[in-house]
Design a protein around this ligand. Structure first.
Ligand code: URA
Length: 289
């Protein structure tokens, strides 16, 4: 035991001292080896998508760190409709009682997302607002009414697509007064990090052909943190997830958030161009050729 601790400490020192990439590669392996022997008691793999409990003696507060923890993968590659429905329902249950970030203490009802488990298109917004917080359903307020129109204009219906958000609980500017209107804000980086695995699992389970990221928060969370919505929209990107493997490649396109379109109706024509790109791929009528 003492030997393995000494070995770990030595390897960790070498790891910290390594400046060059070559050095990192040669020192990282011993660190991994030392860390993995003796093997720590692993938490039982979760079948519900629940996070493994933290070790009781852990002094690291990881609740706000962007986590790439290797949790029990959801086997998504061979899922039929019933499997998908079950996996999404289990995930929704986990989300309903999630307290990974402070939003869990102030939300009224969590909003996991909903829709067709075999959807070709999945829309992803930033997070629930006032109305969603009360109904537990995504995009049911004013922005949602516009999203419904966008979906219909594409030749689809709400029943044919899947709709979810990056954050599953209502981010409020004044969490002490959830009854206030105009109390919405975008989820912050820590809240997004805590929630990320939920949307990733939903995408992997539904495995749509196309994800439409609505607005900069969703676009940056799912495509690239480093770019603005303006730089990301108008083109397809191959989706890469942090915590789950996709059963097949998924393309993602970013466009304006319906709430932004309500404030800036002159952006609608650009949003329509983005949506037509998806329609074109799916062979839906009305797509620009
Ligand atoms: N805005 C979002 O991003 N998501 C919702 O569900 C509602 C409004």
């Amino acid at each position: 035991m003492a030997d393995s601790v000494r070995e770990l400490a030595g390897a960790f020192k070498r790891f910290l001292a390594a400046q060059e990439e070559d050095e990192f590669l040669t020192t990282a392996a011993p660190v991994r080896a030392a860390v993995s022997t003796p093997a720590p008691a692993a938490p039982a793999p979760s079948t519900t998508g629940e996070l493994p409990p933290m070790a009781a003696d852990s002094t690291l507060d990881i609740s706000f760190v962007h986590q790439h923890e290797p949790t029990a993968p959801t086997e998504t590659s061979t899922m039929n409709k019933a499997d998908k429905t079950r996996a999404l329902a289990e995930l929704a249950q986990t989300i309903a009682s999630c307290t990974r970030c402070p939003l869990g203490a102030t939300r009224l009802i969590a909003v996991p997302g909903e829709g067709n488990v075999n959807a070709d298109v999945m829309f992803v917004g930033e997070g629930p607002g006032f109305d969603e917080d009360r109904q537990g359903r995504p995009f049911v307020g004013r922005a949602g009414q516009l999203l419904d129109k966008m979906i219909l204009a594409m030749g689809l219906t709400r029943e044919k697509v899947f709709i979810a958000n990056i954050a599953k609980c209502h981010p409020m500017t004044d969490p002490l007064h959830p009854e206030k209107h105009g109390n919405d804000r975008a989820p912050n980086a820590q809240e997004i990090a805590c929630c990320r695995k939920y949307i990733e699992q939903q995408i992997a389970i539904v495995c749509p052909k196309y994800v439409v990221a609505l607005g900069g928060v969703a676009a940056k969370a799912l495509i690239s943190d480093a770019k603005s919505l303006g730089a990301l929209r108008g083109q397809f990107h191959t989706l890469h997830l942090d915590s789950v493997e996709l059963p097949k490649p998924v393309q993602i396109i970013a466009t304006f958030h319906p709430a932004a379109l309500l404030r800036n109706p002159n952006w609608k024509k650009d949003a329509w161009i983005d949506l037509q790109m998806v329609m074109d791929k799916l062979g839906l009528k009305g797509a620009r050729k």
